[in-house]
Design a protein around this ligand. Structure first.
Ligand code: 9YT
Length: 169
């Protein structure tokens, strides 16, 4: 095992993490870079459903999610990012497991996320999660390219819906 994982800390974020999160997403080159302010709000108001992984003082992983206001038993996973230097070590799976097992409030019955076809890491993460928990996974239309500004030519983002998970005893 990579010895850096022994120094790995997985925790909820706080506003002081937002700069490191912004830089992680910027350097990932696979995700949509949101504003620095958006990451501040996520690390502050949405910290109960977000996860940080740090090695030493460096943010190497970030997962953002929130409960759907319309369906509180459903968690929408917004972004999952792992630094290039720390990929293929199970960090994204550990963040998702942390989210599923340590999120306060009503049990999480469904996970939803949109994943572009080029985001193979997240596709594998979510299909693997459904298989590991032996729960259904449904892929539907999600956000089509036409919903994004023409000039950015954004990939379509199919919607993945996983569940129902049975509540952990
Ligand atoms: C699960 C995940 O990382 N989805 C990414 C959605 C979108 N392309 C974004 O926010 O980067």
């Amino acid at each position: 095992m990579d010895n850096t994982l022994r120094n790995l800390v997985i925790r909820r974020p706080n506003p002081s993490d937002a700069r490191g999160v912004y830089e992680l997403i910027r350097d990932s080159q696979t995700l949509d870079l949101n504003s620095a302010y958006a990451y501040l709000v996520l690390c502050d108001y949405f910290r109960e459903t977000c996860v940080i992984v740090e090695v030493g003082s460096r943010v190497v992983g970030f997962l953002s999610a929130f409960r759907s206001p319309l369906r509180p038993d459903t968690l929408f996973v917004w972004q999952v990012a792992v630094a290039g230097s720390h990929r293929k070590q199970g960090i994204s799976k550990r963040m998702l497991t942390y989210l599923l097992t340590k999120t306060a409030g009503p049990p999480i019955t469904y996970l939803e996320a949109t994943i572009s076809r080029s985001n193979l890491a997240s596709t594998r993460l979510f299909t693997g999660l459904a298989k590991a928990h032996d729960v259904p996974i449904e892929v539907t239309t999600g956000y089509q390219t036409e919903l994004f500004p023409m000039e950015i030519q954004h990939e379509e983002e199919p919607l993945y819906r996983i569940g129902p998970f049975t509540p952990q005893p």
